[in-house]
Design a binder for this molecule. Structure first.
Ligand code: ATP
Length: 361
């Protein structure tokens, strides 16, 4: 059992705040991804959990006990680094056994645990090989084995697949997910790759510029992003500048949409976010012209230009017939309106709204 709790963690380098007031709960057995663009503070957060960087403020608790004053080797955590850091002059068994030797376990017990963990990561029979005799994926598994053999309560993974080619990365993330489920270990996994996070995580903590933006399941992040940053960062999104008109309508490019009532001051500036699959052809919709049709295998990406809204992206079934230069009319089946700190949903099954061309269209 291991719960991890970050409380108001802050870390500054010189004048730059790398991590700002991050509070996050990771549940027992959960795989939590820290996701965000390069430089957003993910690795610094992970390093603070592992004890490799000291926070300027805040606390880190594991099962309600503060570990912030403990050095890495005294924390119940183990970290897998981006570059694996395997010792080239040691065999696989030597690499994995190293931490156990420091703990002065008896030889027989070490040999048994090394054998067990090599079986767990799918490398039985690899104990006498050297790192240079292994593929990237095998080295990665040895690095995970070396962390797991210490029986940590929390496993920390820092972009563990970034050195692997695309196909192997997809394979390894399935393997690590299965292994994590089997062992049931609470895991924090840093990545800047949203597809990786969406496929592997139980929940994802999205960061930007040191600030935690939203913590949610992959489904919820996709369907209900709470900030404009998350809306834009996760998946593909059309963003359209908009303003409130007469209190209850939103004017966004050629669309005039019913707003959920009462909250919108006249003229309020907003951004309408629409997923490509929520733009649907409709004879009553706003006009647009097809710029390009791109076949993405099992679906089509249609690029469209509407009045004041260039380069809209629409996903549609492969059977649909669109041709370049064609005039179409589009309705917004569902969208999210971001206005300052407020976010509201337009359309969708709960609250259907009609998107009709405005006078300006
Ligand atoms: P990446 O995906 O590129 O690794 P990240 O989200 O993990 O990025 P961090 O490595 O946590 O980001 O860095 C956050 C910010 O802190 C960056 O602007 C980085 O330049 C800065 N930073 C990180 N470590 C140090 C350090 N030791 N000294 C000075 N600045 C640092």
């Amino acid at each position: 059992m291991a719960r991890l709790s970050l409380r108001h963690l802050t870390k500054t380098f010189g004048a730059q705040a790398a991590v700002r007031d991050v509070t996050l709960e990771v549940r027992d057995g959960e795989l939590m991804c820290l996701l965000g663009p390069s430089g957003c503070g993910k690795t610094t957060t992970l390093r603070m959990i592992g004890g490799f960087a000291l926070p300027d403020a805040g606390d880190i608790q594991i099962n309600d006990r503060s570990v912030v004053a403990l050095p890495p080797e005294q924390r119940p955590t183990a970290m897998v680094f981006q570059r694996y850091n395997l010792w080239p002059h040691m065999t696989v068994a030597g690499n994995i056994a190293f931490g156990l030797k420091l703990r002065r376990l008896p030889r027989a017990a070490i040999a048994e645990r090394v054998r067990d963990v090599l079986g767990l990561v799918g490398l039985p029979g690899f104990s006498q090989k050297y790192p240079h005799q292994l593929s990237g994926g095998e080295q990665q598994r040895v690095a995970v084995a070396r962390a797991l053999v210490l029986e940590p309560q929390i496993l920390l993974l820092d972009e563990p697949f970034s050195n692997l080619d695309a196909r192997l990365r997809v394979h390894m993330r399935e393997e690590v997910k299965q292994l994590q489920r089997k062992v049931g270990i609470t895991t924090v996994f840093v990545t800047h790759d949203q597809e990786e996070a969406l496929t592997i995580a139980d929940r994802i903590a999205v960061m930007n510029e040191g600030v935690l933006q939203q913590v949610d399941t992959p489904d919820a992040l996709y369907a209900r992003p709470q900030t404009l940053f998350v809306a834009d960062f996760i998946g593909t999104m059309n963003l359209v500048s908009a303003h409130a008109d007469a209190g209850r309508a939103l004017v966004a490019g050629p669309w005039r949409l019913a707003l959920p009532g009462g909250r919108w001051p006249e003229g309020a500036e907003a951004t309408l976010a629409v997923r490509p699959e929520d733009l649907v052809p409709d004879p009553q919709g706003a006009p647009a012209r097809v710029r390009r049709v791109i076949n993405l295998g099992h679906y089509l990406l249609v690029l469209l230009d509407g009045p004041g809204v260039p380069a809209l992206r629409m996903f549609t079934e492969k059977g649909a017939s669109f041709s370049e230069g064609q005039e179409v009319r589009l309705r917004i089946a569902r969208g999210l309106v971001f206005c300052g700190p407020e976010v509201a949903e337009i359309g969708g099954p709960m609250r259907p709204s009609v998107a009709a061309p405005t006078d300006r269209a």
